[in-house]
Design a protein around this ligand. Structure first.
Ligand code: GBH
Length: 514
């Protein structure tokens, strides 16, 4: 291990060029002084700094100690679904490496650790009929070790790994999954809620619904066009609301915690000044973020624009009612206001233009009458879907503040996948591009917080360490720590970004430098 002083001088010399002179910009592509200069200063004193992971992406031990199979076990074991047929059978082996994981968190000096529970590890067939005590023990041990280290757990109940037994019964298409999710949440609140004060019901419903049920790129890998996504989202929103009420009715008074949901959004910018392109950016936001944020944060119902567009398209298709389901009056009341905070994952920005789609085929994308892409001169990453656009982050945060009445916000993910995942380890450890991503995005967050008055309470970097990146397997690396997947011990090694991020955490931002 390097000594603390080496780490300090090393990282300060790295940050310094970016923070010292105002005419230096992080990205050559973004050099507008009023938009792209880094901001120095500190976050509020109680600001939460953390890192995030998810069960299937790190735990491994996929069938150990009584764990039931999840849709990700089944999906990744089927040939052709994941890059080079990689799977999460071992992943980072975090099920056996609580010590190693906590050691990294302590080194980083985070105040929070966001991780998810594997539903099927706790309830092997998804129902409370059988509770797997070994599963609960693993999470209890982890949580105890975190609290000993003065690190607060932020726990996601559902980060995409539905128990396969529930999928066999229809998964999120079946309303009874709402009841099973609520029973699972209830059990977790009861068993772990004395020690967990921050709960997230769902991670990115947009992603797992769109990619899981329409494009087929994520488990369960279904390709149903146009109707299923809306029905599934309807159930997921109800499941979220139900679990929030369970917490409020039974646990809140005693446990004093907070229950939120994590949504992902890109920031859309119009391809031209035309009215139609500007309207297309509004549709983009409402279909991606508003789909969930509007019912939960505003009025228990979908955004007007979404209701109108899906109904119009449905009629053009000769249907008698909209493919978008409706909430009853009672369901609206039950859904509205069911987030104590909003978790936001931001990765990238898109250029958007209006583009009318033909009436058929029906589809979630087709319903929006738009096209989106990345400008080719924006900086790149190792993932085609991710181009760093730091200023889009600030704009999105501002939009959320205005649109949803400045809700308490946690950034629950933000991070960078570098290219050359198969480059040698030494090269991967000097991850300067990831450092640029973090510095520029955290600086935009500081602007949102200090200049725009966005009520942001914390920031979780994605991710603590390299892990199983869903359909891209281990070919995409997002970690602050490098993991050697060829070594059965899965050794973890700090990258430059880990050291820089730790410096930012200890400084609570970017203080003025001498
Ligand atoms: C988040 O999703 C997830 O919450 C997290 O688990 C994930 O590791 C992280 O981001 C990084 O991706 O390969 O074309 O089918 C963010 C959205 C989800 C976008 C997966 C890319 C795959 C697209 N990402 N998706 S594709």
């Amino acid at each position: 291990m390097e000594s603390a002083t080496t780490v300090k001088s090393d990282t300060q010399s790295w940050i310094k060029p970016f923070l010292a002179d105002s005419d230096r910009f992080v990205y050559d592509q973004f050099t507008d002084p009023t938009r792209d200069s880094l901001m120095r200063g500190k976050f509020p004193p109680t600001f939460a700094w953390g890192v995030a992971t998810a069960a299937y992406q790190i735990e491994g031990a996929w069938d150990e100690d009584g764990k039931g199979p999840s849709i990700w076990d089944v999906y990744s074991h089927k040939e052709g679904n994941v890059y080079q047929n990689h799977n999460g059978d071992v992943a980072c082996d975090s099920y056996h490496k609580i010590d190693e994981d906590v050691k990294m968190l302590k080194e980083l000096k985070v105040s929070h650790y966001r991780f998810s529970l594997s539903w099927a590890r706790i309830l092997p067939d998804g129902t409370v009929k059988t509770v797997n005590q070994s599963g609960l023990t693993y999470y209890r041990n982890l949580i105890d070790r975190l609290l000993e280290a003065n690190i607060q757990p932020m726990v996601t109940l559902y980060h995409w790994d539905l128990p396969q037994a529930l999928q066999d019964a229809g998964g999120w298409e079946n309303d009874t999954t709402i009841v099973h999710f609520n029973n699972y949440a209830d059990l977790c609140f009861r068993e772990l809620g004395d020690k967990v004060k921050l709960w997230i019901t769902f991670n990115e419903p947009y992603e797992f619904i769109r990619e899981g049920y329409e494009t087929g790129c994520l488990a369960p890998g279904l390709e149903h066009q146009g109707t299923t996504v809306y029905r599934v989202a309807h159930n997921v929103i109800k499941a979220h609301a139900k679990a929030w009420h369970t917490y409020s009715n039974t646990y809140r008074e005693r446990q004093n915690g907070y229950v939120g949901i994590t949504l992902v959004s890109n920031w859309p910018i119009p391809a031209s000044d035309s009215k139609t392109d500007i309207e297309a950016t509004e549709r983009f936001l409402q279909f991606m973020l508003g789909w969930f944020a509007h019912p939960i944060l505003v009025n228990g119902d979908y955004p007007e624009i979404m209701k109108q567009d899906v109904l119009r398209k449905s009629r053009e298709q000769g249907l008698t009612s909209s493919r978008l389901p409706t909430f009853s009056k009672n369901e609206k009341t039950l859904t509205k206001g069911t987030a104590d905070f909003l978790g936001l994952n931001y990765y990238t920005t898109r250029r958007v233009r209006h583009a009318a789609s033909p009436a058929l085929p029906a589809g979630y994308m087709e319903d929006q009458d738009l096209k989106y892409w990345h400008d080719q001169d924006w900086p790149t990453s190792g993932a085609s879907w991710l181009r760093p656009v730091p200023w889009g982050f600030r704009k999105l945060l501002h939009w959320i503040k205005e649109r949803y009445g400045n809700p308490p916000l946690y950034i629950t993910e933000n991070g960078y996948c570098d290219s050359g995942a198969d480059a040698d380890k030494e090269r991967q450890l000097s991850d300067n591009d990831r450092v640029k991503y973090y510095i520029s995005h955290i600086s935009e967050l500081l602007k949102a917080c200090r200049l725009d008055g966005v009520d942001v309470r914390g920031y979780m970097a994605w991710s603590l360490m390299d892990n199983f990146e869903w359909s891209d397997g281990y070919s995409y690396r997002f970690g602050l720590y490098h993991v050697d997947f060829d070594d059965q011990n899965r050794p973890r090694t700090a990258k430059t970004s880990a050291k820089v991020y730790s410096r930012i955490i200890q400084d609570n931002g970017f203080p003025e430098m001498e």
